[in-house]
Write a protein that binds this ligand. Sequence first.
Ligand code: MTE
Length: 329
Amino acid sequence: MRDKPPAEPPSSEVTPEKTYLRRRELLKNAGLFAGTAVAVAGGLHLLGRKQTRPMERFVPDAGLVEQPVAQAMGPFDTDEPRTPYEDVTTYNNFYEFGFDKNDPARFAHTLKPKPWSVVIDGEVHKPRTVDVEQLTSWFSLEERVYRMRCVEAWSMVIPWLGFPLAALLQRVEPTSHAKYVAFTTLLDPEQMPGQRRALLDWPYTEGLRLDEAMNPLTLLATGLYGRQLPNQNGAPLRLVAPWKYGFKGIKSIVRISLTREEPMTTWRLSAPREYGFYANVNPSVPHPRWSQASERRIGDFERRPTLPFNGYAEQVAHLYTGMDLRRFY
Ligand code: MTE
């Protein structure tokens, strides 16, 4: 994103999308993650609505089986084809592990997502420091199939597993002074060797306005494709706000602080003329160095038009009533 044009498209962008054998891919990993996946499958009724979409499940003793019957989708899910697991986990931005798109998949094995402590503090009545496994156990996990649009003008469709950030925030009881939520990634050059280079101002930080954080679309993700989050995608906990450019989706979170003031964010600090706090997907506001009008969906040959708010205007446009979205980018 910085001082360098977007990398060459990966072969997946120019190859017609192959028939993706998710089942085979998942079976390959079933042994590794069976315990988690059973727990996840058990929790998939979720938040007052029935478990709603087809997904693979682990069945004890039987390994992984695919749900044969298509079920109705959840209200926020896209039915667009999902980006293959292989692409979602090998074409990444995670500068703590390098600059190239495949660096995170190659080098993020040094990250140790267990045990993992998360601090929730600031303007809350009930600050907590909690292990991520305990934190996750407080909530039912649900699958959400969201579009993700990177500011570099590529996009994916990803079936996340996670829980609404709102559920966590309600639990710690924001004070009446809380206006923003600030997120911080782990700072540990031993685990994240890229932090030895001054590429960005470490640790990576991000932020949302409190009402954005409370929006039902906003997730804390712990997995994707029915499995634990791979390190390169931000294990063990990352933010997903699908109407914003992908860089808002901070990975490997260790701290969530509620604040009175708008928090500084990594990309804004690094290139204030290029990246703003809001970073809502907006095809009519070009990045200073390239257009945002269209995007390349990973796996597609043709570009497609980018949608305002990445297609989630119905859910979030009201958050910005009265704001000049050209100025507050
Ligand atoms: N979080 C941290 N800690 N470090 C990063 O470099 N990159 C961001 C975001 N979260 C990044 C991060 C950017 S630029 C994007 S596009 C998304 O992660 C990419 O998420 P993905 O690799 O899971 O597709």
